[in-house]
Design a protein around this ligand. Structure first.
Ligand code: XUL
Ligand code: CO
Length: 438
């Protein structure tokens, strides 16, 4: 069989002293960290779209990366070659999961019937490869944003025919996910938003988006899908305003429509940046609402207002992310999907290898550092002490629901000198630096 990544055989852990660009410096898959192997803490996944499809096009220029897999022209031949290349890549890197959109794995046909048969042919091929390699599906999704038929949205389209088309696509994408044993199904509202309120019935659009999700849950459960549905929040791009703005907005939506039992959140770092939040903020909101599900690991550029989907290299951010994952009890059905792409100028297959090695090493280091933060204990202890006033006296009464405005007024009349404590942010930042950099 043709080899697409001849520059590597199995990528191994060589430790932080290694200068081998094709070796892991921190990611040691089988190393036991607090009771389980690193690979189970991290559950890395390959994104089919960025890794095997994206050609580096941007609004100002055409593709820079050859994704013809050796000059193939027939879209189904290319689809099969992507399966070969993807499984070769994952096997060599030791990545045990992948994620896909229907449109990434199989080309659209002239009719929907043709699209469907293309999809199922490739799904069967993927299934064989999964059996041979033991690689698993993390989540599937449907691309209901690329085609012109979704120019006004999919579930939120003003056009019921577009809604119906999206439903048909989602039905097949869920079936494919179930068939491949995926434990997650993602809704990223690609064009579920608006450009101007002058032409938008927001109430109907949101009701319809919820209707589509309800149909997906009902259908998924009816064919035996026991995993999690996810919404992936993002505030803007491609629409000016995306309805799934951020974690808090999505939680309000899910609760309003009674979808919160079936849906969790897939938090993406760059989307948090676009919403004006930190990655860890979005993860915390998900965790404290029992909605933490999965992660799209990447990074954005804080100086830009769009989604750059860069590979994550910031250990500080990865540490704070992994702290949240640990606090949430670790991944169950979810994992860490590299929803990230190499830069337009990094156009060779070798660059994809460097990118994944760097992302995997970053999160491996983040995992180790997060456990060091916990073991060190200074930060957790500080937070505990900061709220100590709620463990006794009037604070305990407030926390346990025994206080009222009257009882608190009575208390203040007798104790009106409030003593304050410092938040010690600068000190805590030095503690974190000390743990990260020694
Ligand atoms: C887009 C994005 C998507 C979703 C899946 O910003 O993150 O790739 O992850 O549709
Ligand atoms: Co994403």
């Amino acid at each position: 069989m043709k080899e697409y990544f001849p520059m590597i055989s199995k990528v191994k852990y060589e430790g932080k002293g290694s200068k081998n660009p094709f070796a892991f410096k921190y990611y040691d898959a089988e190393r036991i960290v607090v009771g389980k192997p690193m690979k189970e803490h991290l559950k890395f996944a390959m994104s089919w779209w960025h890794t095997l499809c994206a050609g580096g096009a941007d609004p100002f220029g055409t593709t820079t990366m050859d994704r013809s897999y050796g000059g193939l022209t027939d879209p189904m031949d290319i689809a099969r070659a992507k399966v070969d290349a993807g499984f070769e890549f994952m096997t060599k890197l030791g990545i045990e999961y992948f994620c896909f959109h229907d449109a990434d794995i199989a080309p659209e046909g002239k009719t929907f019937a043709q699209t469907k048969s293309n999809l199922w042919e490739i799904v069967e091929y993927i299934e064989q490869k999964m059996k041979q390699t033991g690689i698993k599906l993390l989540w599937g999704t449907a691309n209901c944003f690329n085609s012109p038929r979704y120019m006004h949205g999919a579930g939120t389209s003003c056009n019921a025919h577009s809604f119906a088309y999206a439903a048909a696509q989602i039905k097949n994408a869920i079936e494919a996910t179930v068939r491949l044993g995926g434990k997650g199904y993602v809704f990223w509202g690609g064009r579920e938003g608006y450009e101007t309120l002058l032409n938008t019935d927001m109430a109907l659009e949101l009701d319809n988006m919820a209707r589509l999700m309800r149909m997906a849950v009902d259908y998924g459960r009816s064919i035996g899908f026991e995993g999690d549905f996810y919404i992936e929040p993002k505030p803007k791009e491609p629409t000016k305003h995306q309805y799934d703005f951020d974690a808090a907005t999505v939680l309000g939506f899910l609760r309003k429509y009674g979808l919160d039992k079936d849906f969790k959140l897939n938090i993406e770092a760059n989307h948090a940046t676009l919403a004006g939040h930190t990655f860890e903020h979005e993860l915390t909101v998900a965790r404290i609402n029992d909605a933490f599900g999965s992660i799209d690991a990447n990074s954005g550029d804080p100086n830009l207002g769009w989604d750059t989907d860069q590979f994550p290299t910031d250990v500080y951010s990865a540490t704070l992310c992994m702290l949240e994952v640990i606090r949430a009890g670790g991944f169950t059905n979810g994992g860490l999907n590299f929803d990230a792409k190499v830069r337009r100028g990094s156009f060779t297959f070798e660059d994809i290898v460097y990118a994944y090695i760097s992302g995997m090493d970053t999160f491996a280091l983040g995992l180790l550092k997060a456990y060091e933060v916990i073991e060190d204990g200074r930060i957790d202890e500080f937070v505990k002490q900061r709220y100590i006033s709620y463990t006794e006296g009037i604070g305990k009464d407030i926390k346990e629901g025994r206080a009222s405005l009257e009882s608190l007024e009575k208390y203040i009349l007798e104790n009106d000198a409030v003593q304050m404590q410092s938040g010690r942010q600068e000190y805590l930042e030095t503690v974190l630096n000390n743990i990260l950099f020694g």
